[in-house]
Design a protein around this ligand. Structure first.
Ligand SMILES: [Zn+2]
Length: 99
């Protein structure tokens, strides 16, 4: 990857800051930065969905209630099948799920 600003070779980095999040990308000694587009898109999606409420319908599998996380939320949070999340009941009206 060459810098469009000074034409030097850019270094691959995994610690660039984009909207207060850490993303992968390239950085030049002149200070120019290019963000990995997949990482940047995920952060933009995260900012778009952050604090948005979702109405989710519960389903049942045998005796357990199943909650489906919307596709875009999983994508924005980088969640995948078989990932472990932490679930707790705040009270009888609120659930907290932490990744
Ligand atoms: Zn440069």
């Amino acid at each position: 990857m060459k810098c469009h600003n000074c034409n030097k070779a850019m270094k691959r980095r995994t610690d660039l800051k984009f909207n207060k999040h850490t993303v992968k990308g390239w950085k030049c000694s002149c200070g120019e930065e290019y963000f990995d587009s997949e990482d940047a898109q995920r952060i933009l999606l995260l900012n778009k969905l952050k604090n948005k409420g979702f109405e989710l319908k519960l389903n049942r599998v045998k005796s357990n209630l199943i909650l489906r996380i919307p596709k875009e939320v999983g994508k924005a949070m980088g969640l995948n099948e078989k990932d472990i999340v932490h679930f707790s009941m705040k009270n009888d009206k609120e659930i907290v799920i932490k990744t």
